[in-house]
Design a protein around this ligand. Sequence first.
Ligand code: BGC
Length: 341
Amino acid sequence: MKRFFALMLSAAMCLSLAACGGNQAADTSTSGDTQTAESTGEKLKVGVCIYKFDDAFMTTYRNALQAQLEEKGYEVTVVDGNNDQAKQTEQINTFITQGVDALIINPVMTSAADSIIASVKQADIPTVIINREPTADQMAAYEKLVYVGCDAAQSGTFQGELILETENKGDINGDGKISYIMIQGDPENIDAKLRTEYSVKALTDAGMTVEQLDLQRGDWDRNKGQEIAQNDLAKFGDQIEVVFCNNDDMAIGALQAIQAAGRTVNEDIYLVGVDALDAALNEVVAGNMTGTVLNDANGQATQAVASMEDLLGGKTFAAGEQSIYVDYVKVTPENAQEYIK
Ligand code: BGC
C-alpha cells in the first residue's frame, strides 16, 4: 500500500511539473504520434548533422542551435560530417536506428538530398534541412520536411549594392568598367552559385560595365581565399578594383593578401563578403572591408527549432511551401557595430 501511495505521489508530481513547466519539448510530446517521450517521461531526442565543424559560420550556427534546443529541454546530439557525404549518410542512419524524434540536417552535398530525404521519409522522422537548400521537387517527396535558410540571391544583390554605394561605384580607375575577381564557395552549393551570379547582376542591372578577371573556388575556406587573392594580385595588380568573396572567411583571407600586397581597401580596392562574422564586422568598422551581409545564424537557428516543433506537433508542408527564409541584412560601417556579438 505504501508503495502504491509513493507511486501515486510521484505520478502527481510528474503531472504538475509537466503542467507548470512550460517546456516546449514536453508540450510537443503530448501531440500526435510523438508520445514516446510523454509515455516514458524521457526527453525528446534530436539529432543534428553538420556538414563540417571546421567552418566559421556553421560553428556560430550550430552553437546557437544546440543552446536553443537544450534550453527547450531536448536531448541533443550534434555530429561532425567532416565534409564527407558517406560519413554523414552513416550518421543519419545511426540516428534513425537510435530512434531520434527529429533530425536537423546541414547536408554535405545537396546532390545527396534525394537519398537523405528517402531515408528520413522511410523512417517517418520529422526533418529540417538547413543552410544547403535542396530543390523544391526534391523536398516535395516528403511532407514532414522543411528547409530553413536564406534567399541566397538576396545576399549577392546586397554585395553588388555595397559596391554601387561607393563614391566611384566600384570603378576606381575611371576606365568605365568594374574589374573584379570572384572568390567562390563550393560551387555545388546554391549559396555559392547565386551569390556569384547576383552580386554581378546588381552591377549590370545598374547599367555598369563589368570585367571578370578571375573566378575561382575557395570552398568557403580562409586559407584558400588568401591564396587565390595573393595569386590574382600578383597577376593582375592594379587592374583589380573589386574582390567579391562568397563568404567572410575567404574575405578575411583575401584581406591578408591585399594588405601584404600593399593595397588599401576602400582607397584602391574594394572587398566584400557575406556572413557578418565578428572578425569581418571588426574589419568593416576599421575600414578594412567595404562591407558584408548578415547571414543571421541565430535567426536561422530559432526558425529551424520552431519549424522542427511545428513538425513534431504534426504539421505537414505542401509541395512548394517547404522553404522558409530568414532575411539577410546589408552591413556597412554605419551599422556593423550592432551585429558584433
Ligand atoms: C555561408 C558560408 C558557409 C556555408 C556552409 C554559407 O551560407 O555563407 O560561410 O561556409 O554556408 O554551407
